[in-house]
Ligand binder design. Structure first.
Ligand code: XIL
Length: 393
């Protein structure tokens, strides 16, 4: 039963309030209030999160100006549609520990307080990543790479300090971000160059020790690529064999209208589930802009020069592209519904198009339209259609 039907069901009773019976008043009858409550429980989705409740969390990445309590527009949408928040930047190691041993928790604390005030879970993003790490992390005083022992200790200290601070208040952590290349090899980052693949186990073990109840995740982009998918599944199996806790793998899901092939995307979900972890969609957005790679990557180190031809929709989105955007989101959400037993979370990488990182990546100064709320924080029509998917089965 949908909401519209329920209000027309009550219309005669509400009309009758004045003329027929004061005693059967809407405002005073506990019976009616109970009935309304029961109906609202059985109604169609009231918010995005209801499309998957209670098993799959639905979240959004927010920036510090959205979680400092000043942005009423964001808060109203967040409370209705989402049940978890990922800080887009402030829990990365650079902002948290800009100088060795000096932690700056102010903005991360603000996110956690904001989430708690609004009934949201917090997802910690991210403990170990070669990007947005402080410059001192991998180097000694002379600027040379540190020894394996020093790096191991730095990883442990960072994780222990951060995870213990939020023990019991962060639902789960992206422990390691982006350790595998698209071809399935380990990324030759300073982490790998100094510690080999051991850095991954060191990080997961430290996180588990600091908060044994927190969920722990591995997170990466372009997970539909077969060799990357297989390498991540191998990594999961190896960690599990060695008794390391890993609850889920995040498929970042920075997608476009054309990439990836959604059959490959589904295969990745099945493969991860078969490897023994939950699947999460952790950074969902759908770019409508041309890609300088010809596919969709998310390596934040890559940037391309601005060209006008790569920024075609500065005056608004043509209807034909909006229609494809809508279809792409519906296709994705039908997949998520079908795979909901494998999934534990779906998080959008931003709330409104105005905020999306894709306006600046991989080319600065573009106008992209990747999210479900437009630049004025108005919901796009596809939002309602996604919410109606709940009625399809
Ligand atoms: C991005 C943020 O959205 C930007 O604001 C920041 O400038 C760079 O990082 N993969 C990740 C995210 O795991 O942390 C990245 O977030 C996007 C790609």
């Amino acid at each position: 039963m949908n909401v519209r039907k329920s209000s027309s069901f009550f219309a005669p009773l509400l009309r009758g309030r004045a003329g027929v019976s004061e005693a059967f008043s809407f405002s005073t009858s506990p019976f009616l209030i109970l009935l309304l409550f029961a109906l609202s429980l059985s109604a169609s989705a009231q918010g995005l999160r209801d499309v998957f409740a209670p098993d799959v969390l639905v979240g959004v990445a927010l920036n510090q100006w959205q979680t400092n309590g000043q942005d009423g527009r964001t808060t109203a949408i967040v409370r209705r549609h989402f049940n978890c928040i990922t800080p887009e930047n402030v829990m990365k190691s650079g902002p948290l520990q800009p100088v060795e041993g000096q932690f700056n928790f102010r903005q991360a604390d603000e996110v956690v307080e904001y989430a708690e005030a609004n009934g949201q879970q917090v997802i910690g993003h991210c403990l170990v990543w070669h990007s947005q790490a402080p410059s001192w992390f991998f180097k000694d005083d002379a600027g040379k790479p540190v020894s394996a022992e020093v790096l191991r200790e730095r990883i442990r200290r960072h994780i222990t300090t951060v995870v213990s601070r939020y023990r019991g208040r962060v639902h789960g952590w992206d422990v390691v971000n982006e350790a595998i290349e698209d071809d399935g090899s380990f990324r030759r980052s300073p982490l790998y160059n100094i510690l080999g693949e051991d850095f991954i186990e060191v990080a997961f073990r430290a996180a588990h020790e600091a908060d044994p109840d927190a969920e722990l995740y591995y997170n990466d982009y372009s997970m539909s690529l077969p060799r990357k998918r297989e390498a991540v599944c191998r990594l999961v199996r190896r960690l599990k064999e060695r008794g390391v806790r890993i609850d889920a793998v995040g498929m970042q899901s920075h997608l476009s209208l054309h990439h990836p092939d959604l059959r490959e995307y589904e295969t990745t979900m099945d493969s991860l589930a078969a490897a023994g972890v939950k699947v999460m969609v952790t950074e969902l957005d759908v770019s409508v802009l041309p890609s300088p790679w010809g596919f969709n990557g998310a390596d934040v180190a890559q940037n391309f020069d601005y060209q006008k031809a790569m920024n075609p929709y500065t005056e608004g989105l043509p209807d034909s592209i909006s229609a494809r955007f809508e279809q792409r989101y519906l296709d994705l959400f039908r997949i998520y519904r079908r795979h909901r037993n494998q999934l534990s979370r779906i998080t959008f990488w931003g709330l409104s198009d105005a905020q999306s990182w894709l306006n600046g990546f991989p080319i600065k100064g573009r106008t992209d339209y990747p999210l479900l709320w437009d630049r004025d924080y108005q919901a796009k029509p596809v939002l309602q259609r996604i919410m109606q998917l709940k009625d399809e089965d």
